[in-house]
Design a protein around this ligand. Structure first.
Ligand code: ASP
Length: 272
C-alpha cells in the first residue's frame, strides 16, 4: 500500500490551477503522520491568496471574513467555525482536536481559543475580497440580486482540502472562507463531521461545493460508509452526480484514490 496525498482547489476551480496544486505538493516535505500530510498542503493553500481559505477567503455580506476548517483521523475530529483573524484555521482545528476536550468551537470562542493556543492576530483580507464586496454592493444598488439567496448557488469556488493515506492510516483536512455571498455566521458543510469531511479506518473523504446541499445529504459520510461495497470511483460518481448544484469529492481507501466533481475542480495527487 503506497503512501498518497490528494488535494483539491475547490468545486468551481479551473483545471488550469492543477499546476499550482502540483507545485504545492512538490514543495511540501514528505514526513510525518497521515494527519501531518493532510494538513501540510492545506496550510500551503491557506497561505496562497488564489484560494478561498485563510488568506484569500471570501467575505461575508457585512464585509467581515469568517473561516471554517476541520481535520479528521480515525477516532479524532476537530473543527473551527466562523473563526476570524487567524492565518491558518486548519492549524486551529488541529488544536481543537488535540488540545481541547471538544470537537467543534465556533465564532468568538474559536478566535479566543486560537489566541490561547498561540495563533497570532492576522487579517486574511485581500484585494480580491475587497473587490467582491464592492461588486456585491453595486449589484445591490442595481437590484440585480435574485430573491432568497438563489444566487448563492453560483459562486462557490476555491475552497481547499486534502486526504492522505500514510502507512495504512487515513486523515482528512479542509479549509474554506465559505460560499459567497453569505450571511455572517453562516455555516456550510466543511467544518461539520460527516458533511464536508470524514475519515476512519477504511478511508478519508473531503467534499467541496454548495455546503447547504452537501450537508443535507451527509455526503462525506455517505461515501465513506460505502467504501468496500464497490469501486471507490463508482461510489463517488454515483453520489456526486445526484447533485443539481456544484459538488466535488476527493476520496481514498486502502487501495484506491479518486477525485471527481460535477463542475470544474482543480486537483493533484502525490504518491511516495
Ligand atoms: N463547501 C464550502 C461551503 O459551502 C464551499 C466550497 O467548497 O467551495 O462553505
Amino acid at each position: 500500500m503506497e503512501n498518497i496525498v490528494v488535494i483539491h482547489g475547490g468545486a468551481g476551480s479551473p483545471s488550469s490551477l492543477n499546476s499550482v496544486l502540483k507545485e504545492i505538493l512538490s514543495n511540501i516535505i514528505y514526513n510525518g503522520t497521515a494527519l501531518d500530510m493532510a494538513i501540510k498542503p492545506v496550510v500551503a493553500m491557506e497561505n496562497n491568496s488564489i484560494f478561498n481559505a485563510g488568506t484569500g477567503s471570501v467575505p461575508r455580506i457585512d464585509g467581515s471574513i469568517q473561516m471554517d476548517a476541520a481535520v479528521m483521523i480515525e477516532n479524532g475530529f476537530g473543527s473551527v467555525i466562523c473563526i476570524e483573524n487567524v492565518s491558518n484555521p486548519v492549524l486551529v482545528a488541529r488544536d481543537v482536536m488535540e488540545k481541547s476536550p471538544h470537537i467543534m468551537i465556533s465564532g468568538d470562542g474559536a478566535t479566543e481559543f486560537a489566541r490561547k493556543m498561540g495563533h497570532e492576530y492576522y487579517n486574511p483580507e485581500t484585494e480580491k475580497s475587497k473587490n467582491m464586496m464592492i461588486k456585491f454592493k453595486e449589484s445591490l444598488k442595481n437590484n440585480t440580486i435574485p430573491e432568497k439567496f438563489q444566487f448563492m448557488f453560483k459562486s462557490s469556488e476555491d475552497t481547499v482540502g486534502a486526504v492522505s493515506r500514510i502507512n495504512g492510516k487515513f486523515a482528512a483536512a479542509v479549509s474554506t472562507g465559505g460560499s459567497f455571498p453569505m450571511l455572517r455566521g453562516r455555516v456550510g458543510d466543511s467544518p461539520v463531521i460527516g458533511a464536508g469531511i470524514f475519515a476512519g479506518n477504511k478511508g478519508a473523504v473531503v467534499a467541496t461545493g454548495i455546503g447547504e446541499e452537501i450537508a443535507k445529504s451527509l455526503l462525506s459520510y455517505r461515501i465513506y460508509e460505502a467504501i468496500g461495497t464497490e469501486k471507490l470511483s463508482d461510489i463517488v460518481k454515483k453520489e456526486v452526480n445526484k447533485f443539481k448544484v456544484s459538488a466535488g469529492i476527493i476520496a481514498i481507501s486502502e487501495e484506491e484514490q479518486f477525485a471527481y466533481s460535477n463542475t470544474d475542480m482543480a486537483y493533484s495527487m502525490q504518491q511516495y
